[in-house]
Design a protein around this ligand. Sequence first.
Ligand code: XLS
Ligand code: NI
Ligand code: NI
Length: 453
Amino acid sequence: MSSPARKRAKKQADVDEVEFFKGISKVPYKPDAGPSDVLCYKHYNPAEVIHGKTMADWLRFSVCYWHTFRGVGLDPFGGPTITRHWDDGSESIENAKRRLRAAFEFLSKLGVKYWTFHDRDLAPEGADLEETNRNLDEITDLAKELMEKHGIKLLWNTCNLFAHPRFMNGAATNPDAHVVAYAAAQVKKGLEIGKKLGAENFVFWGGREGFQSLLNTDVLAELTHAANFFKMAVDYKEKIGFQGQLLIEPKPKEPTRHQYDYDAMTVVGFLKHFGLSDHFKINVEPNHTMLAGHSYEHDVVMASKFGMLGSVDSNTGSPDLGWDTDQFPMDVKNATLVMKAVIEQDGIAPGGLNFDAKVRRESTCLEDMFIAHIGAMDTFARGLRAAVKLIEGGVMKMMIADRYSSFKNGIGAKIAKGNATFEECEEYIKKAGEPKQISGQQEKYECVLNHYV
Ligand code: XLS
Ligand code: NI
Ligand code: NI
């Protein structure tokens, strides 16, 4: 080995030995811990089998790289508040590698099996696409090595098609074909990276796929281009043998005034219209669902009922604010409703619960990174336990079965099967007369849910 090569190897080894989170050890499960003991799981016990699967298998937690390792606490009114001792703030490859090592120590101490990233979170953009791709190759070589070393898998990767100024008018829906082609070339590389790292899914989030004004927008052309873009992705995925599930993540607005992937049902309609529904599922983010004017669990339930729920970006907004605050989900009732839907579809794999969430701008210490994730994981573990009890108790299921029991026989069965005619319905009403009033019993349902939460 030549002397510079030896020096390089030594430097590498040194880096391997660095401990970034000194004083924080692997997070234990301590069900009896007291209220101020927050660096332990009190509910999440990964190997425990519950309702036929381990908790780890039901929950499939994942840490996102962009918030947890690239977030600096910037907001529209103020600069960064968060500095990490391993990050020198530069766009150098060395800095990117150090950050990645810190991330894998974090994942491993937290005891989470999955992570997610955007291409541009990991590696800096170069002078042109070729150089950018070379940077990505170098960093993902290290990622692969660290994933193997720590036994951590990639839930999904995605391409950042919204931050660079070239994408200001959109990516796949840009009015300029040159930009659409750039986005396609970037996604081509993204799929290759996904294959290289064994990604279980690949996400499309269309932050700038939409319009600021209908006056300058050919909506049908843009939607058709988006569909054609997705077809190219399907073709290339199949060509290279990438096994991951393709996912679309709806969001109604922010950063664009109106985004085409408005909510789960809009995406289902789009996919069906363009003949793409066999190739895609939906990555629901509850904070986005709330921005679309729905309840927290709404899109999880809707996507699931249509067989389209692929994964969840587990976060929450503040209901009193109208934007994507990406907070850690800490509400047990919300988590219960999400887990109820997940259990009813027998799990979320190959998707998972990805914490697309960031510590608050004011939560500046390293411990906060752990506490935030632990708190959210325990929230979902409690949600899982409560949802299992609710489902196994069977009371709500019976109440619902009873509520729809009129569709079991007679005219109801005919309507349910799609065999009834308007004339038959009219005949039925002539005989049966006015329907009796039946209570919807919302409060009773709420009481039953509260019994378990
Ligand atoms: C932004 C989105 C984004 C996607 C990945 O609001 O949630 O973070 O999850 O591009
Ligand atoms: Ni998201
Ligand atoms: Ni979001």
